[in-house]
Structures are given as C-alpha cells and as structure tokens.
Design a protein around this ligand. Structure first.
Ligand code: FAD
Ligand code: 2HG
Ligand code: ZN
Length: 480
C-alpha cells in the first residue's frame, strides 16, 4: 500500500518459518492456525479498504493460556504481532503493515458471569458487542456503549480503542464503565486485573493503560464491565436546524430541559444527509418536505413513559417557538426510531460507497467546531465533498472528505491544515478512533513531547522488543 511504502519494515523482526508454523499447530491445533489466502486477504485489509498488509498467518487462540503461549513464543522469536478484533477500526490500527502475525481472539467469546444486582458483566474479549447487547437485553440491562459497528466489533477491540459511540453522553467513557481487564503482555505474562469493584484505590490503576492503547501494550483477553439497567421508555426525535448556532443552542436547551433522560445528541449537516440518502440502502429522509442545513437526532431514555414523552414534547414545542428548530418529527414507534438511527449510523457506510474518503475524528470546543468545516470547504472548493457529522453532545466532530478517488493534491489541501487547526484550538486529533497507523506520526499535534516520551517508556516496559502492533500509535522515531 502507499502507506507501507513510506515506512520501512523493522529489520529486527524475523519472518515466519516452517518451524514456527509447526509450533503454532502443535500449540493451537490445526483449527487455530489460518493460512487460507482468502481469509488472510480479508484480515489484511481494513474496513475502509484503505490500508493493506501482507500477513501470511492468522492465529485464533481459544484461551488466555494460548494467547500467553503465542506471545511468549513470538517475543522469543522476534515475530511481530497485530492484535485484531472485528477489524472495524478506522485508523489502520487493526491490520498488519507488513507480515505481522495476526492474533484474533474472536474464538474467545464466552460470557463468564453476570451479576444481576450490580449489573457487572465479565466476559472474554472476543465477544461481539451486539451479542453482549442481546444477552443483556434478556437480563434487563444494556451495554454502556453502542456504535454502528456493533454487529462485528469485539468488546476487546472496543476496550482497546476506548470506543466512544452514540451513548457516551449518557453513560460516559469506558474509562468509567470498564471495571477490570485481563491482558497478556508481549512476553506472555498474564496480568489479572479483572476486578469487579466500583471502588478500588490500591495503587496505580493499570487497567487504564489497556483502555485505548490499541493493542500496543498487550492483548486484552477478558473484560469486566458495569452495565446500566435497561429503561422502558425510549423516544427519538429527528430535527432540522437552520444554522450551526441553532444546533449549539439546542444542545444547551436539551441538557437543561431534558436533563437526566437525555441519552443521545447527534448531528449531521446537509452534505452528510445528501450523501447518505444517495448511497445508503434503505435510507429515507425523515423530514422530506424540504432540505435543511443541519439535522439533529435526539434520544431520551427514562423510566416513566408519559412523563418522559411530556417532557420531550414540551422541549420540542419550545424549540420550535423560539426558532431553534425549523422542522422535526418524533418517532411514533420502534420502526420509525430505528429508521432515524439508520441514517445516523449508516453515514460511514454511505461514505465508503461514495468513493475515496479522508476521515478526521476531532474533539473541539463545540462553539468553534463548524468553523473548521467551513474553512476546509473553502480550501477544497469543488475538488471534494466535505461532510460533517458526529457526537455533538460530546464535542466530537467527524469531518469526512469524500472524493471520487484518492489524490495527493486533495490530501495536501487537508493535511496538515486540519491537524494544525485542531491543535491551535487545543483540540484532539483523535477523539475516539485512536491513532493507529494513520496518525502515529501526528501525535504531537495533541500531546506534549514529555508526554509522548513517557508513553514510549511505558511501551518499552511492557513490550521491550516492540513486537506488539509495530508502526502504530507512537511516532516511528520512538519505535526504532
Ligand atoms: P479492530 O478494528 O479489530 O481493532 C482496533 C484496534 O484495537 C487495533 O489497534 C487492534 O490492534 C486493537 N485490538 C483489537 N482487539 C484487541 C484485543 N483483544 N487486545 C488488544 N488490542 C486489540 N468508534 C467509536 O469510537 N465510536 C463510534 O461511534 C464508532 N462507530 C463506528 C461505526 C462503523 C460503521 C465502523 C466501521 C467503525 C466505527 N468505530 C467507532 C470505530 C471503532 O474503533 C470500532 O468499530 C471498534 O471499537 C473496534 O473494535 P474491533 O473489534 O473491530 O477492533
Ligand atoms: C460514527 O460515529 C463513527 O459514525 C464513524 O465513529 C465516524 O466515519 C466516521 O468518520
Ligand atoms: Zn463516532
């Protein structure tokens, strides 16, 4: 790939031999050793089909013990490893850059325990998010995170990316809801930090290192997570705003007037809407009578049906009266609600179908956020379609540039402009997707030199030979 041509393969890594294959087959059985070309083709390619590696081997361990044996062996042989979950990551972190061994814990997908009093779920890292949601549904609970990739992403991948998603506004980040982690270090050491306690101040809380470290410090094998009770009354409204200032004011009003029942506040601009209507299967405009500049999806979740509905209706009435909202519809049933969510969750897929896409995932002060979108649109003029959407309630902008094909001239218009702009406003160049391969060398736009140095020291401590997810997260100058 074009990215790999810019990076040199670390010559200290070995290449796989027949003896290595024999060791893995002996340890994992034939089933756990995948060399099939078609399967590897998919595992070497990321979700966007933008990054491509050339691994010849994928391993499917079935237990923590097997993960430990794999890593101990790879470390001793200096074989580089890329941990892979559902391969839905959006920064090129989940695919090999060269011939790294792919380790996927997808076969480790058991639920270990669920405490119905506390709502604490303990499970293996390969559980698919949607399967955990279905399991909890039958128990009367919900996962504290939800995202469009739920059908394929694994909880281990979610924890490793510290995925945010659509309900972070309500339930907070995984740094709050993940209570424990079991992880295997590069040399095979198993770290049992699988606590199930809300409170535990016995020294450094090292599990946090594994939340959001994108497979660079260890392989997450088990997770313990605090899950909220499922509440019976959910309402979804799809609204239109004439300008960005109205979206902002609407957010403030929603927090003030919906308070404890607000569970999502998402926005998309008209460019994101048009692109989605054009490219996403089954997408219908919830407000078809005319086009608007901005759309907002608001969800409430509470325990009292008539009270919640009244609250939301009063809020909407006020918003229309004072001009914040120019049009809107309140879902009348679950099908209509999911058709609203389909639009919002389907934007990444629509972008993929529309052609080449440059993705930026930024945290910015809400008041400044859309200025960047307009500045970039002016810079690119008609060369590409700039679409903006995201988790407005969390200050997280998904800025995407869609073009018929990748081109250096478009890229040079966007970068480093977007990163500099974000850095100048003390924003984050990765709000929720991580750095991966895409932004490893851009880390300094959001972190100080001293901080990156400490990160690098932690990396060396956990993975002295640098075999875990090489070329990712940290700048190449620090990985050599
Ligand atoms: P992968 O993509 O396989 O891997 C991601 C990273 O985690 C890689 O660096 C990999 O090495 C590492 N990793 C995976 N498993 C492990 C493990 N067991 N141990 C150690 N490291 C591991 N993200 C959000 O934050 N919010 C969203 O709303 C959101 N929506 C999305 C919607 C769509 C349609 C798609 C395609 C992606 C979306 N994402 C979103 C991106 C997001 O990061 C992931 O989808 C998800 O968290 C990754 O999980 P995964 O199992 O697919 O991991
Ligand atoms: C979302 O919120 C995901 O839909 C993907 O985080 C964002 O495609 C993107 O830029
Ligand atoms: Zn997102």
């Amino acid at each position: 790939s074009s990215v790999a041509t810019l990076i040199e393969r670390n010559p200290s890594f070995s290449t796989i031999t027949v003896d290595d294959i024999a060791y893995f087959k002996n340890t994992l059985g034939d089933r756990g050793v995948i060399q099939d070309e078609e399967v590897l083709e998919a595992a070497n390619t990321d979700w966007m089909r933008k990054y491509k590696g050339s691994s010849k081997l994928m391993l499917h361990p079935r237990s923590t013990e097997e993960v430990s044996q794999i890593l101990e062996y790879c470390n001793s042989r200096s074989l580089a490893v890329v941990p892979q979950g559902g391969n839905t990551g959006l920064v090129g972190g989940s695919i090999p850059v060269f011939d790294e061994v792919i380790v996927n814990v997808g076969s480790m997908n058991n639920i270990i325990s669920f405490d119905k009093v506390s709502g604490i779920l303990v499970c293996e890292a390969g559980c698919i998010l949607e399967n955990l949601m279905s399991f909890l549904e039958t128990e009367g609970f919900v996962m504290p995170l939800d995202l469009g990739a739920k059908g394929s992403c694994q909880i281990g991948g979610n924890v490793s990316t510290n995925a945010g998603g659509l309900r972070l506004l309500r339930y907070g980040s995984l740094h709050g809801s993940v209570l424990g982690v079991e992880a295997v270090l590069a040399n095979g050491t198993v770290l049992d930090m699988l606590g199930t306690l809300r409170k535990d101040n016995t020294g450094y809380d090292l599990k946090h290192l594994f939340i959001g470290s994108e497979g660079s410090l260890g392989i997450v094998t088990k997770v313990s997570i605090l899950t909220p009770i499922k509440l019976s009354s959910v309402n979804v409204a799809f609204l239109a705003c004439k300008d960005y200032v109205s979206c902002q004011n609407l957010l403030v009003e929603a927090k003030r007037k919906l308070g404890e029942i607000l569970s999502a506040f998402e926005f998309l601009d008209v460019h994101a809407m048009n692109l989605t209507l054009e490219h996403l299967e089954g997408a219908r405009n919830p407000l078809p009578s005319s086009m608007h500049n901005f759309y907002v999806l608001i969800e409430t979740t509470g325990s009292a049906e008539s009270y919640d509905r009244e609250k939301l209706e009063a809020f909407l009435m006020d918003a229309v009266e004072n001009g914040l909202v120019t049009d809107g519809v309140l879902a009348q049933d679950i099908n209509q609600a999911s058709s609203f969510w389909h639009i919002r969750e389907g934007i990444p897929e629509a972008l993929m179908k529309a052609g080449a896409v440059y993705k930026y995932d930024l945290s910015l002060p809400v008041a400044k956020m859309y200025d960047l979108v307009e500045d970039l649109r002016a810079r690119l003029d008609s060369a590409a379609n700039v679409v903006a959407y995201g988790h407005l309630g969390d200050g997280n902008l998904h800025l995407n540039v869609s073009a018929p094909s990748y081109s250096d001239s478009i890229l040079s218009q966007i970068e480093p402009f977007v990163y500099e702009w974000t850095s100048n406003h003390r924003g984050s160049i990765s709000a929720e997707h991580g750095l991966g391969l895409m932004k490893a060398n851009r880390i300094h736009f959001s972190k100080s030199t001293e901080t990156v140095q400490l990160m690098s020291a932690v990396k060396k401590l956990c993975d002295p030979k640098g075999i875990l997810n090489p070329y990712k997260v940290l700048p190449s100058s620090m990985l050599a």
